[in-house]
Write a protein that binds this ligand. Sequence first.
Ligand SMILES: Cc1cc2nc3c(=O)[nH]c(=O)nc-3n(C[C@H](O)[C@H](O)[C@H](O)COP(=O)(O)OP(=O)(O)OC[C@H]3O[C@@H](n4cnc5c(N)ncnc54)[C@H](O)[C@@H]3O)c2cc1C
Length: 507
Amino acid sequence: MTDVLIAGAGPAGLVLACDLARRGVAFRIVEANPAPPGHRSGSRGKGIQPRTLEVYDDLGIIGEVHAGGGQYYPAMAWDGPKPLGPAKFHRIEKRDPTPDVPYPSMWMLLQPRALDILRVRLAGLGGRVDFGVKLTGFVQDADGVTASLQHPDGRQESLSVQYLAGCDGARGVVRASAGVEFASETIDPHPMITADVVVEGLERTHWHMWDNAKGGALWLGPLVQTEAFQLYAKFQDAEPDLSFEGLRKLVRERTGRPELKLTEVLYASHFGSRAGLANRFRAGRVFLIGDAAHVHPPAGGQGMNTAVQDAYNLGWKLGHVLRHGAPQELLDSYEEERLPVAAQLLEFVVQMHKDWLGKAKDKEEPRKGEHMQLGLNYRGGPLSLDERLAVGESVTRAGDRAPDARVTDAAGASVRLFDLFRGPHFTLLALDGAALPALGSQYGDAIRVHRVVRPGGAGEGALVDSDGQVHRIYGDGLILVRPDGYLGYTGPGGALGFRSYLGRFFG
Ligand SMILES: Cc1cc2nc3c(=O)[nH]c(=O)nc-3n(C[C@H](O)[C@H](O)[C@H](O)COP(=O)(O)OP(=O)(O)OC[C@H]3O[C@@H](n4cnc5c(N)ncnc54)[C@H](O)[C@@H]3O)c2cc1C
């Protein structure tokens, strides 16, 4: 019996599949394309934001993500053949890791490569993608969803599941078939193109930007671990020509550097600067995840990252309803938490895109860190419960991302909180003297408990907060970290509300 059907094996579908697989949920993941995208299908969503890197750490693939990608190069503004210096609007910052933010900078990993890594992880967890299988429609009632699948040999299959996850992208069938409205706007009416090209003679040291080129902006950025550059071009008053000769001429004319020689086009496509948001992320037993729920214009590099975060938010909730007897209402919190976040990100990205169009590009880019997705939170949301009476301003609260920090274990070894969080479980931190509620055995490994004390504090097997990082970040009391790395509950030791709070996740 299959519990969940995932339609689409892009970033959203594969992250959801990995998460469900490690939770022992019975699912199928189908992908309309006959084979995985190769290097001729475009580098697409290659900017991995810090919060997404944390998700990849939790899924156990951070090593592969680091090995398969590379740092972004700094941006350089050009006026024809003349370098002008660092591009102000398109700052690409490299930050140093801190104990609470171990992955502080955007990382480049080409989308096909990221999908390869996720599929290998999925295989390691016992799952696999059914390629060439297309969801053509579905019906749902109070008890389940019946999906129609078309196989590559033309065979039709009818599959009954409890839930359908629409990870089928911006042009998928799930959103429209579910009757969900989608409000969208075109941010820039001028045509844009993107292409992956090989250009001989161009330095692989910078992301090169000719923002004021005649005919429209042209960018060429080195794609890590390849010989190619990603090209973006805008067309003020002409129709784009995607042919090899057309692109060759474009590069020559807009860069004003005749020595540059475009020798290969791996991929080229029109690229719309549209923004759109579904008015619901859930319709009964059907969920919309990633581009199926929201479409981002190119500035800001948020589309794929938001898709990953959506999937990561839904995965554990489906797991708890299907495997731990949580009430179905838990699933309502997917839309309640993710729709406002997607709307907020979209607003920020649209504004950024408009600033760029509005010639604000000679000023400093207005990013304040939203793009890294580290500050996004679910404060005040349906799963966030604060029972501590007073905490300092800088202390994390229910709904906030759970930051990393280092502690020392009983053997004297340094341990990261992220090491404790990694996996499908909740993590209960009892800080200093907080009295632990008796949990009993019914939760099994679904809640892992750790006592963390200040140096000199008592507690058998306790972790020691040697540098005071944990208490500085988290304060005191009981802290319940959700499986997706957000604080769910905070309260004083022996807190009254804790047990009933757990009832939201366990039957
Ligand atoms: C040029 C370009 C650059 C980008 N750069 C960035 C960036 O730097 N950072 C960033 O975050 N984002 C970026 N994006 C956006 C990013 O690529 C998307 O937001 C991301 O791919 C969304 O993931 P998804 O899984 O929701 O959808 P998709 O990646 O679109 O995956 C959907 C999958 O569903 C399959 N499918 C569709 N219909 C069906 C069906 N009926 N049955 C079965 N399968 C189906 C499709 O074949 C596809 O494989 C960029 C996009 C482009 C085009």
